[in-house]
Design a binder for this molecule. Structure first.
Ligand code: ZN
Length: 220
């Protein structure tokens, strides 16, 4: 018997948008109201069908001092049943800790702090603390990803007309280590943010803003 079109596996996708300058601003605006946005399905055969509102779920956003429950809104395609979840730029899928806590962790590690010290510095005991092993995992993820993200950003900068030799600024081109690449990425990000004419809030860091621009597999 032929399967109906409803029986194929539902796929899910996530989009990350800037939806306020802070968690508080997001909650104030969207705590009870869906962002007034429209999405179309990206499945080719759905021909840009407008997606329908599809409820919301609550998830945790953990900062240095607080655990905050925030709503994440969903949309759904009635043809292929793909669902889309919209996340604010301080979160990425699958992680409770907000992006600016992860950013602060990798920055401190890149500056030479040990995992234990970083863990004590970025999440307070009142918020439940964080294991140095988690910091180590974030750091390893970051050093594995840094090269691809840095090359993407360098490419975007070159496309936008930045003329200085961005590749030569990578550890002066001499046998760069993965940590050199992390530093190179850290130098490229402010240029990219500037070129896009954006000004992410200082307290929210820049990884969150970056995640609104990056392909899902490059999000940091
Ligand atoms: Zn669809």
């Amino acid at each position: 018997m032929q399967k109906s079109s409803c029986s194929h596996k539902t796929s899910t996708m996530n989009k990350i948008y800037t939806l306020g300058k802070s968690i508080f601003a997001y909650l104030k605006r969207y705590g009870n109201n869906r962002p007034p946005l429209m999405f179309t399905c990206e499945t080719e055969s759905c021909n840009h069908r407008v997606m329908h509102k599809h409820g919301r779920y609550f998830r945790m956003a953990v900062t240095k001092h607080h655990h905050t429950k925030i709503p994440a809104y969903r949309w759904r395609c009635c043809i292929c049943t793909t669902t889309l979840t919209l996340l604010p730029d301080f979160l990425v899928p699958g992680k409770h800790f907000v992006t600016f806590v992860r950013e602060a962790s990798v920055k401190r590690k890149a500056q030479g702090e040990g995992f234990e010290r970083v863990a004590k510095g970025v999440v307070s005991p009142s918020a439940g603390g964080i294991s140095p092993r988690t910091i180590k995992r974030w750091w390893n993820d970051h050093i594995h990803q840094a090269s691809e993200v840095a090359h993407f950003i360098a490419g975007e900068l070159i496309k936008s007309g930045v003329e200085e030799d961005l590749l030569c600024s990578h550890s002066h081109g001499v046998n760069p280590t993965r940590v050199d690449t992390v530093h190179w990425l850290a130098r490229l990000i402010p240029r990219y943010v500037q070129v896009l004419g954006q000004c992410p809030s200082f307290r929210m860091g820049s990884f969150g803003f970056l995640n609104t621009q990056l392909f899902p597999h490059l999000r940091i």
